[in-house]
Design a protein around this ligand. Structure first.
Ligand code: F6P
Length: 537
């Protein structure tokens, strides 16, 4: 079974949402709060260590009911069933979408008649024993020294997830120094090499396809650098690979013993739960890696089993559709109030935009409505001093997710209280704004300055207050966004799990590289030809 083909704009709920939008679009949230003292009780969800308050949105109970009806009409329930049970919902690549299987505690998930959990478990055991051998120092480098540094060589989904998670879990880290080399820009690898000693460095080459230009070029450069000190037979001690393409890995010179398999039913941008997360297990130990998986599985269970109206990923997805498709918002921001989450936005950018950046529906027809949102963000409080001005007083409506933690990790309560006071203050200011009369009451007398100093407010935010940043809550948080992406793809009637656009860019670059290397620019559009000629001069 695959996903059904339902044009969202043809549903009854969509038509009703359109009409409802006209009635609510000009109602300020301040009024909704004044009129309904029960609003926050109605519009919040408490789940495990998570509290989602979505009351600061431009919604009423009717909006939520209509959005939930849209999800029903899009047959979301059946789609969730298809997703978790391994149906080939990635139709354009004829694949199942089963990153959830990588953290599942079930006994049996079938793909093409075989139980994939047997292999998943075997690879997890391999990750565990390898990570433990490196961390403990039992496995040594070619001169008998223990490893001090690990370089993850990968790009996109083979880089962003591990890099984000290692950064996020820095508090739980062991002695190993982690480095991430992704960019084909030779300066990236050159700067990394400066920090390394070949005798004590482990290289993890991560590429689902093992054909990605950036990853292979960086891996070759690092291998050549390593071979200036070590011999060919030492490569086995220092290079391991994560891939589905075992043939190409062997060609590169990495043995099967040093290879961690993954599977085509795991999308690159959802792969940090597989051996792609080896660097995470190395950085924080296997138990913490397992806790990350457990946290994700708890969110999977919540998503699968909780009624839609109490389901965090579903509500977040529907609210996002409300702004994207009815208010015409182009972007949304994610603002974590934790410096540890500074790589969350770049990670989510790939997950969200590579998945739902599609303009053709599941029939292959151009969509006549907006799909994937543009996602961006930075940690608070830094973000307040960068782009918040535009969110407060610009002309664009930018819904934001605010993510904060009740407890801090280093126990510096004074800093944490200051951080969180900013967290709460911003969502309050975005909601309430500031009126002329408030300014006057504060003693503002300059009439000319009034328009500049008033704030309309009425800016939507979701507040996610989580107990503490742990491997487990991080796992739940990432899984929450993964499911939000899925729900949006289902409702927009698009295929979220291919990425042909990115692949086209890769092809073009290969052709142009040939021209650069041979010094002969073939005909392109006049601008590209001109630029290539200038570059080749
Ligand atoms: O960026 C395009 C992409 O195909 C991503 O989907 C993927 O995560 C990345 O390239 C890396 O691919 P691979 O893991 O095969 O090297």
């Amino acid at each position: 079974m695959t996903l059904e083909n339902i044009n969202p704009t043809g549903t009854v709920a969509w038509q009703k949402l359109r009409a409802h939008f006209e009635t609510i679009a000009h109602t300020p949230m301040q009024k909704l709060f004044t009129e309904d003292g029960d609003r926050t009780r109605k519009f919040h969800i408490q789940w495990n260590d998570f509290l989602l308050d979505y009351s600061k949105n431009r919604i009423t109970s009717e909006t939520v009911q209509l959005l939930l009806a849209l999800a029903e009409e899009a047959h979301l329930k059946e789609a969730i069933q298809n997703y978790f049970s391994g149906d080939k919902i990635n139709v354009t690549e004829n694949r199942a979408v089963l990153h959830t299987a990588l953290r599942s505690s079930e006994k049996n998930i079938l793909v093409d008649g075989a139980n994939i959990l047997t292999e998943v478990e075997a690879v997890q055991l391999k990750i565990k024993s390898f990570a433990e051998a490196i961390i403990s120092g039992n496995r040594k480098g070619f001169t008998g020294k223990t490893f001090t540094d690990v370089v993850n060589i990968g790009i996109g989904g083979s880089d962003l997830g591990p890099d984000m998670a290692v950064e996020a879990l820095q508090f739980y880290k062991n002695h190993l120094n982690l480095h991430f080399v992704s960019n084909i820009d030779g300066d990236h690898v050159a700067e990394t090499i400066k920090k390394l000693n070949p005798e004590t460095t482990l290289f993890v080459v991560v590429s689902k396809t093992f054909t990605t230009q950036e990853t292979l070029s960086n891996a070759i450069t690092l291998k050549n650098w390593f071979l200036q000190s070590g011999k060919a037979e030492d490569v086995a001690k220092h290079f391991v690979a994560v891939s589905t393409n075992l043939e190409k890995v062997t060609e590169f010179g990495i043995t099967s013993e040093n290879t961690f398999p993954m599977w085509d039913w795991v999308g690159g941008r959802f792969s940090m739960w597989s051996a792609v997360g080896l660097s995470i297990a190395l950085a924080v130990g296997y138990d913490n890696f397992k806790a990350l998986l457990d946290g994700a599985e708890e969110m999977d269970q919540h998503f699968k089993n909780e009624p839609f109206e109490k389901n965090i990923p579903i509500l977040l997805a529907l609210l996002s559709i409300w702004y994207n498709n009815f208010f015409g918002c182009e972007t949304e921001a994610v603002i974590p109030y934790s410096q540890y989450l500074k790589k969350l936005a770049p990670y989510l950018q790939q997950a969200v935009m590579e998945s739902n950046g599609k303009c053709v529906d599941r029939n292959g027809n151009p969509v006549k409505y907006q799909t994937g949102n543009i996602l961006w963000g930075e940690p608070g409080s830094n973000a307040q001093h960068a782009f918040f001005q535009l969110i407060h007083q610009g002309t664009k409506l930018i819904p934001c997710d605010f993510i904060g933690f009740k407890e801090c990790l280093h126990g510096n309560k004074e800093h944490h209280d200051k951080l969180m006071s900013n967290f709460f203050a911003q969502t309050e200011a975005l909601l309430m704004g500031k009126t002329d009369s408030e300014l006057t009451a504060e003693g503002s007398k300059n009439a000319f300055l009034m328009p500049f100093k008033t704030f309309e407010g009425n800016k939507p935010t979701n507040t996610l207050l989580i107990k503490k940043l742990t491997p487990k809550t991080l796992g739940s948080l990432i899984a929450m966004y993964e499911h939000k992406i899925f729900v949006q793809g289902v409702i927009w009637n698009i295929f979220s799990y291919d990425q042909f656009g990115v692949e086209y860019g890769k092809q073009l670059a290969t052709t142009i590289l040939e021209e650069i290397q041979t010094g002969t620019a073939k005909p392109h559009d006049s601008s590209t030809t001109f630029l290539l000629q200038e570059f080749l001069k």
